[in-house]
Design a protein around this ligand. Structure first.
Ligand SMILES: NC(=O)C1=CN([C@@H]2O[C@H](COP(=O)(O)OP(=O)(O)OC[C@H]3O[C@@H](n4cnc5c(N)ncnc54)[C@H](O)[C@@H]3O)[C@@H](O)[C@H]2O)C=CC1
Ligand SMILES: O=C(O)[C@H]1O[C@H](OP(=O)(O)OP(=O)(O)OC[C@H]2O[C@@H](n3ccc(=O)[nH]c3=O)[C@H](O)[C@@H]2O)[C@H](O)[C@@H](O)[C@@H]1O
Length: 422
């Protein structure tokens, strides 16, 4: 971003977001983003607008609008379709060479082919260029991605022109050796959904192993370390816990199943329903464990939930496992208090929550009968268990992310329960 010599205008229909971005303030928490944003806004190379005519004359138009889950599980393409309709009157005005529209949103296979026909008359060419960044690592993943994927049109001349334009955009990224893979539209769309389906499957696989470990009193963290040493398996995404959440993996595996159903391939992807079920089950089992641990005292007990976001280094609470657990337990326990370094101030503006909210872990732990680690923020994994024990009424902890040191917490007098952990 900072070192790429292009002029960029970002369009959003949300005036508040545009105002905030124009002032150099990211409307969400993402490490390292604000510095880059301010530098580029103040140099005049980056601006924001709600006016779609601001795209007129640009050579590359990226589409990154939301593709949320609709009520039947399928991806809702309303925003993508609307964005394209808003672009149409302004396409075809580029004077500096081939003009391209590059889709980055995660879409069901077949969408790019349909959209390419929609824009064909403007003379612009569509490319599908899926996005693989992780929240919390957005800057790093953008500047140093594992790979770039271009889904190109069938016409070889259009494909070559579009590839050259995108190569110029990504030149600084490619110069550090990032592989760039060219393929057809359908394959590029599938690369994205297959990647997220695989990641979700890996998490549910290790969570299923954690359940087996619980039953036979084995340890899933040792198991994951050992199987991960096989390079064919690898260590990453083998952290057992309360499962995956966020604005992407859950909706993307459902959208993939819905698309497979439409294609008559529902049975082929039936295993993704199991992946989803295991994921839900992890949340439910922590709720059951808390209820069992507190027994008859549950209705008078105070529970501290450490973390509200779906992962650390983000303020995103979409489909957050920690918050779902908090909301459910708030209905049954005496009181629940949620703490989160980034999300607490966002939650606190709502005075209709079933739980209390605080930014300070020590306030959450004070007089609690049970603490549940829901998000492995550094400040929680580094907590001193002796201090936590002094603050709490009863020293009990459920480590929903297997991120605490069981020996240290047990030594401080805690009843420690991990996920598939001894
Ligand atoms: N969040 C992530 O880390 C990643 C997201 N994706 C995909 O990228 C897409 C966007 O995801 P998020 O950023 O999480 O969604 P989001 O819902 O947080 O943001 C979408 C933005 O698009 C704006 N918008 C809606 N209609 C518009 C229009 N017609 N013109 C201009 N702006 C419009 C909205 O106001 C909103 O600010 C989704 O398809 C998602 O699956 C892909 C990789 C990573
Ligand atoms: O399509 C997307 O939007 C993005 O979705 C995920 O990125 P993200 O949702 O930001 O977060 P992840 O790091 O994948 O974590 C997702 C969830 O899985 C959980 N997780 C992750 C890893 C693990 O071992 N165990 C585990 O439970 C995390 O706590 C989190 O709730 C993918 O990792 C990105 O590559 C992709 O671009």
């Amino acid at each position: 971003m900072a070192d790429i010599g292009h002029e960029v205008v970002g369009i959003d229909i949300d005036q508040e977001k545009v105002d905030s971005l124009s002032a150099g303030n990211a409307p969400f928490f993402e490490p390292g983003l604000s510095t880059l944003l301010r530098r580029n806004v103040s140099s005049g190379r980056l601006s924001f607008s709600t006016d779609s005519s601001a795209i007129r004359g640009a050579q590359v138009h990226f589409i990154g609008v939301g593709t949320p889950q609709s009520s039947n599980g399928a991806a809702d393409l309303t925003y993508v379709d609307k964005a394209v309709e808003q672009m149409l009157p302004h396409l075809g005005a580029c004077e500096s060479g081939a003009e391209i529209v590059a889709g980055k949103s995660t879409v069901p296979v077949g969408t790019a082919s349909r959209l390419s026909q929609r824009i064909a008359a403007t003379g612009a060419t569509l490319v599908w260029n899926p996005e693989f960044l992780r929240e919390g690592f957005a800057v790093k993943d953008t500047l140093e991605p594992d790979r770039l994927v271009y889904g190109l049109p069938d016409d070889p001349r259009d494909a070559q022109e579009a590839q050259d334009v995108l190569d110029a955009v990504y030149a600084p990224v490619m110069s550090s050796g990032t592989p760039r893979l060219c393929m057809d539209y359908a394959t590029a769309e599938l690369v994205k959904t297959a990647a997220n389906a695989f990641l979700a499957t890996k998490i549910s696989f290790i969570n299923a192993m954690a359940r087996i470990c619980d039953t036979v009193k084995a340890d899933v963290t040792d198991l994951a370390d050992a199987i991960g040493m096989d390079e064919r398996i690898g260590h990453r995404f083998l952290r057992a816990g309360i499962g995956f959440g966020g604005g992407c993996l859950p909706k993307d595996i459902r959208a993939f199943q819905a698309r497979a159903d439409q294609l008559g391939e529902g049975e082929t992807l039936a295993f993704l329903a199991e992946v989803d079920r295991i994921n839900d089950w992890m949340r439910a089992s922590v709720i059951d464990t808390a209820a069992e641990l507190l027994g008859d005292d549950l209705p008078t007990s105070r529970i501290a939930i450490l973390g509200a976001t779906f992962k650390p280094d983000s303020d995103d609470m979409r489909n957050s496992p920690a918050l779902e657990i908090a909301t459910d337990l708030a209905r049954r326990a005496g009181s629940v208090v949620v703490t989160d370094p980034q999300a607490a101030p966002i939650l606190a503006v709502n005075d209709d929550l079933p739980y209390e909210v605080t930014t300070e872990a020590q306030d959450a732990l004070a007089d609690a009968d049970l603490a549940i680690l829901g998000t492995e923020w550094h400040e929680y994994t580094q907590l001193d268990p002796h201090r936590a024990a002094r603050l709490m009424r009863h020293a009990r902890v459920i480590d929903g992310r297997n991120a605490l040191d069981p020996q240290a917490w047990k030594a401080a007098g805690f009843t420690y329960i991990g996920i598939g952990r001894r």
